[in-house]
Design a protein around this ligand. Structure first.
Ligand SMILES: Cc1cc2nc3c(=O)[nH]c(=O)nc-3n(C[C@H](O)[C@H](O)[C@H](O)COP(=O)(O)O)c2cc1C
Length: 216
């Protein structure tokens, strides 16, 4: 199998968590002879090449981060330039995010299923995983703890051609945190984090509180 991969993050490749995830994912995926070519939506100069590769390839994988609960605007702008295919092509997605609970990615996942259909491709599933905020700030073992498990998902994708297996579903982790953890997170956000965000925003020149609601 040959897979055409699009990194849908607006962040340049060097700083993109999605790219760091793809590095491990493709390592696993290529172990049994699967090959790939990768493109970056963040580089507008590649857009013509990405469009051509989208037309000429039958196995398409888009890896993207969740931005403001949805897909990044730059990726959307690019997708709007594609013509539907209807040639039997298959489309799968890796949807990754900062916050860890699977539930917050489900709306994006549903959107991606519709998107594959609109682009005339068969939907092969979405690998859904959060808890990736800090990959780009990490090094060594700390970074590997988060990225290396994606290699197993690459192997799985190469073997099945989709993300529908139980292994892929389990990879998401907790759909929602248990109540005590949610309470603790709320406490931290309403105290320490709130103070720290307020300090940062003041430093950036904000004069109103962060929860200011002029229209309520
Ligand atoms: C503008 C922006 C919006 C984001 N919105 C969300 C969000 O709604 N939910 C979430 O869990 N993570 C959110 N994140 C975190 C990213 O999904 C996460 O850091 C991801 O790993 C970034 O991948 P990238 O470096 O390839 O862009 C956001 C990050 C940015 C920069």
């Amino acid at each position: 199998m040959h897979v055409m991969i699009i990194n849908g993050s607006p962040r340049v490749k060097k700083f993109s968590n999605t790219d760091m995830i793809l590095k491990e994912f493709t390592k696993g995926m290529c172990e049994n002879g699967t090959t790939f070519e990768q493109y970056e939506v963040s580089d507008r100069e590649q857009w013509d090449d990405i469009r051509n590769a989208f037309i000429s390839n039958q196995n398409i994988l888009i890896a993207l981060p969740l931005y403001v609960e949805c897909i990044p605007g730059l990726l959307l702008e690019f997708l709007e330039t594609l013509e539907p295919k209807n040639d039997g092509s298959k489309m799968a997605f890796i949807l990754q995010s900062g916050f860890a609970e699977g539930i917050q990615l489900r709306c994006g996942e549903a959107y991606l299923e519709i998107l594959a259909g609109k682009l005339g491709c068969e939907y092969m599933g979405t690998l859904v995983k959060g808890d990736n905020f800090s990959i780009r700030f990490m090094e060594g073992k700390q970074k590997e703890r988060i990225t290396v498990p994606y290699a197993a998902m690459g192997r799985e994708f190469s073997a099945c051609g989709n993300f529908r297996s139980e292994k892929c579903k389990k990879f998401t982790g907790p759909e929602i945190f248990p109540a005590p953890v949610r309470l603790l997170v709320r406490l931290v956000f309403n105290t320490l984090a709130k103070k720290s965000f307020a300090r940062i925003s003041e430093g950036l020149g904000c004069t109103r509180p962060l929860d200011y609601r002029p229209y309520s």
